[in-house]
Design a protein around this ligand. Structure first.
Ligand SMILES: Nc1ncnc2c1ncn2[C@@H]1O[C@H](COP(=O)(O)OP(=O)(O)OP(=O)(O)O)[C@@H](O)[C@H]1O
Length: 590
């Protein structure tokens, strides 16, 4: 049956995240839910006999169970017995509700713990993706998948599963009670509530699933639009395009709000439908008894009992349908959370080994690399050697492969052919961590956090080494600038370094690499987007670095950046087309 399938699917997807200890906890939770549901039903049922006794004076002594209790507890009057009974019920309800609240607390904690572990695992999964895959996916999509998806799963699936299970138990116990006590009523309930519930669910489930898919497809777009608008604020403002972006965000939100509103409505509908059917059943039995039957007394009793039973069952049946509809609506979270679980994405990195101390050279030997899915290599049989301490430049037209070459050296990509060796050791997977400890990377758009300059240089180290920090500041020509700041190193740089100039941002990147005690520094197009003043500042930092024994590989568009270079390789269509010296480049006006 579809319903079982859905619950089975939800349970299977949940099982993936449960540790053996969680599974034991889940079984415990289920037993607690069972007890709570039984107490719930028992509480309501206990009211009926007491009210019946109270409504017919003298019945306490004539009814078997109450007469026995009356004598056993030695009551003196019917009144005191009834007062005792109603107070006992009150105390029972009090204890029951305290107990249920405790179970609710346990359940909420349990589900929150699962959600937390899912978020953590999603994060680990996405940050473990290969670099090229990571770059292919937009930030909006990743924020959505790593953070929003687990929360949707928590509210739309895990919590709904708990609701479904506890309500199913309640309905089962109540229906069983009715079957034993009043089989006729059982039949009436079966022919009225069951088809209605099924019909309502069937009507809503496919619509809900479609709604869920539409929401899933459009939510990442919302994040991407907002992220783009804020990230591109300056360019968009200058191009006078902000209002157009606002309009696009509005249109996307308008659509999403409409979907969310419909999803919400689908949750409100079942109770209305079920209530209509219940009242229709009451009216039918009532009319039948008045118009066609002589035995109105027993029919009216049945109507009364039916109304009472339906009123107890309706909220539960409603919650069962709503939880099923909601799970259906969140089916997309199963697939999304299951993405990238395969071995090919999550291959555990090999056991990491230390590298011998870097003393001599880095060799590129016959390196060929093509991006996954593209047949044409972007680097073809590239071979060159860089001695330790050398400063090497790379030039070449856009798309010639300079950045890809550096990404290979940084081990973000792996070549299909040839090898990259450090002092003769090929940089295979087991040396990645050791190699990353040696290399630093200064990108054109240095990544800066909304944090202090100190944290941006040390990448949030809790106990930074002040001496190393000072050295890094001096070498990156940042010390004077930091001295002019009232809060010095504690100055908050602003998200994306909004409070810093382009040159200062890049020098923070250089200082970061130096603080790390980088031995090989890769600078990618460090000066291409800089004005003359900024270029001078960055060049000054590079000039200082030239005096150290750090091996530097610089990609540059401006020849002046390469003044300190021992050699300059020119790339063309993924091959090394020529090797120049700085003076040759100047002389030939390249
Ligand atoms: N993720 C990718 N998937 C497929 N092709 C890519 C990818 N990244 C880059 N390329 C292609 O690889 C080639 C080399 O790109 P690369 O960024 O290395 O060039 P570059 O010399 O650094 O260029 P620029 O100076 O413009 O930065 C280009 O043709 C580019 O289109």
């Amino acid at each position: 049956m579809l319903k079982n399938n859905l619950i089975g699917q939800a349970l299977r997807s949940l099982l993936h995240y449960l540790t053996p200890a969680d599974k034991t906890r889940a079984v415990g939770m289920f037993i607690l839910l069972l007890v709570a549901s039984l107490l719930d039903v028992f509480g309501l049922a206990s009211l009926v006999p007491v009210v019946m006794l109270a409504s017919s004076p003298g019945s306490v002594q004539t009814t078997r169970w109450s007469a026995w209790l009356y004598d056993a507890l030695n009551f003196q009057s019917e009144k005191s017995f009834l007062i005792f009974a109603i107070l006992a019920i009150f105390v029972f309800f009090l204890i029951k509700n305290l107990f249920t609240s405790w179970i609710n607390y346990k359940q909420v904690r349990f589900t929150a713990d699962i959600a937390l572990s899912i978020i953590d695992r999603q994060f680990a999964k996405y940050t473990g993706l290969p670099f090229w895959k990571f770059q292919e996916m937009g930030t909006g999509r990743m924020v959505n998948d790593a953070l929003v998806m687990p929360n949707s799963y928590l509210n739309g699936v895990i919590r709904q599963l708990f609701i479904f299970l506890s309500e199913i138990i309640i309905v089962f116990v109540v229906v069983l009670g009715i079957l034993l006590y009043q089989p006729v009523l059982f039949v009436i309930l079966m022919v009225t509530l069951v088809p209605t519930a099924l019909l309502t669910y069937r009507t809503l489930r496919n619509r809900s699933q479609t709604l869920g898919l539409q929401i899933d497809a459009n939510r990442p777009k919302a994040y991407a639009l907002v992220i783009d608008t804020f990230a591109g604020f300056v360019e968009l403002k200058l191009a006078n395009k902000l209002s157009r972006f606002r309009r696009r965000v509005y249109e996307n939100q308008e659509y999403l709000q409409d979907l969310e509103a419909r999803a919400y409505l689908y949750n409100l509908l079942p109770v209305r439908v079920i209530e209509m059917v219940a009242i229709l059943a009451v009216v039918t039995i009532f009319l039948y008894s008045l118009l066609f039957s002589n035995d109105t007394g027993s029919l009216v009793t049945i109507v009364g009992l039916f109304a009472a039973a339906a009123y107890r069952l309706m909220p539960s049946v409603n919650r069962i349908i709503t939880s099923l509809v909601t799970i259906k609506q969140h089916l997309y979270t199963f697939d999304s959370l299951a993405l990238f679980r395969e071995q090919e994405w999550q291959s555990t990195p090999p056991l990491q080994l230390p590298l011998p101390e870097f003393k001599r050279q880095i060799e590129f030997d016959d390196v060929t690399f093509a991006f996954p899915g593209t047949p044409e290599p972007v680097l073809k049989q590239v071979s060159f050697t860089v001695q330790k301490g050398e400063k090497i430049g790379f030039i070449g037209s856009s798309g010639s492969g300079k950045t890809t070459l550096m990404n290979l050296l940084l081990r973000f990509y792996t070549q299909q052919q040839g090898s990259i060796r450090v002092d003769g050791t090929a940089l295979t997977g087991e040396y990645t961590t050791a190699w990353h400890e040696l290399v630093g990377y200064v990108k054109q758009d240095t990544f800066l956090m909304e944090a202090s300059i100190r944290d941006n240089i040390t990448l949030g180290e809790e106990h930074p080494d002040e001496q190393r920090l000072q050295y890094a500041l001096e070498q990156a020509s940042l010390d004077e600038f930091v001295r002019t700041l009232p809060e010095g190193l504690d100055t908050i740089s602003g998200e994306r370094g909004a409070r810093l100039s382009g040159g200062q941002r890049q020098r923070i990147g250089i200082a970061r690499a130096l603080y790390k005690q980088t031995q090989v520094l890769v600078m990618d197009e460090a000066t291409s987007a800089l004005d003359n003043q900024t270029e001078r500042e960055v060049n000054e930092a590079i000039h200082k670095l030239a005096g150290t024994d750090i091996t530097i590989l610089i990609i540059a568009h401006r020849i002046t950046t390469l003044r300190q270079c021992d050699r300059i390789y020119e790339l063309k269509d993924g091959r090394i087309a020529a090797v120049h010296t700085y003076d040759e480049l100047i002389a030939n006006n390249l």
